[in-house]
Design a protein around this ligand. Structure first.
Ligand SMILES: CN(C)C(=N)NCCC[C@H](N)C(=O)O
Length: 247
């Protein structure tokens, strides 16, 4: 067993989720539920025990749990999401992380932070300056994680840092240089190829919408597991957003 995968089932209002950079498209709630089940099953197959946050049927974006908490060791930093309508998602995630024995602390005051803007690579914590995450929250995060190197990153034209860049198991950054002020990125063949969830060892989880990137990563020696998350992609979600892995 690698650890715990914090997840939350999509609710009946999923299709009303927030959109920033894409046009609204019809979302099939039944298909979304089946895709979410398959996503969780892929994590479980890789050794991550699913722990579900309480359903939040009135909160359309609640399955994107990544945005509500940042885990560093045994510390859980509860976020203060930049979109006010997403703030009620945090309370139920706080109960879960406390129940798991983690120490919970919070982003407070005028700080706003979405977990999707936080990319942890070894000792470094990259944090996107986005419409959702501000400098006040980045300073608070740096103070809460004194042992880590917190690096603010400017973004252009994307919702979150992890909409544009993630990291392979060896720490190589894979992402879209046009949207993120970071150098030395491995450029994926498709946009969705920028989204990789390291599952432990040489295994990574990716969306089925990035087959050419998946093939390229297999060539690099990675074992790529793919899941179809089309209904969540319509809401600007990606494979990282749907879980928080707690080693
Ligand atoms: C890395 N990404 C993209 C995330 N962690 N979150 C996606 C949230 C999408 C939601 N509709 C919203 O606009 O908040």
């Amino acid at each position: 067993m690698s650890g715990i995968a914090l997840v939350r089932k999509p609710g009946p209002r999923l299709a009303d989720g927030l959109l920033s950079y894409v046009q609204r498209e019809p979302v099939d709630p039944g298909l979304a539920t089946r895709q979410h089940d398959a996503y969780v099953a892929a994590l479980a197959d890789a050794g991550w025990r699913p722990v579900y946050a309480e359903p939040a049927d009135d909160l359309p974006d609640a399955p994107f749990v990544e945005d509500t908490v940042v885990i560093s060791g045994r510390l859980a930093v509860l976020t203060r999401p930049g979109a006010e309508e997403r703030r009620p998602e945090v309370a139920s995630v706080a109960s879960v992380v406390r129940g798991l024995g983690l120490k919970a602390v919070r982003i407070t005051g005028s700080g706003t932070l979405d977990g999707g803007d936080v990319l942890q690579v070894g000792p470094t914590v990259y944090v996107g300056r986005s419409a959702r995450t501000n400098d006040e929250a980045i300073s608070q995060l740096a103070a809460l994680l004194p042992e880590r190197r917190v690096v603010p990153v400017d973004l252009d034209g994307v919702l979150h840092l992890k909409s544009a860049v993630t990291a392979l198991p060896d720490g190589t950054l894979i992402g879209l240089a046009a949207h993120v002020n970071l150098s030395g990125l491995l450029e994926p063949a498709e946009e969705a190829g920028a989204h990789v969830v390291p599952l432990g060892g040489d295994r990574v989880l990716m969306a089925a919408s990035a087959p050419r990137t998946a093939a390229a990563l297999e060539k690099r020696g990675l074992k790529v597991i793919t899941v179809d998350i089309s209904e969540f992609e319509k809401l600007e979600g990606c494979v990282t957003c749907l879980s928080v892995l707690i080693p």
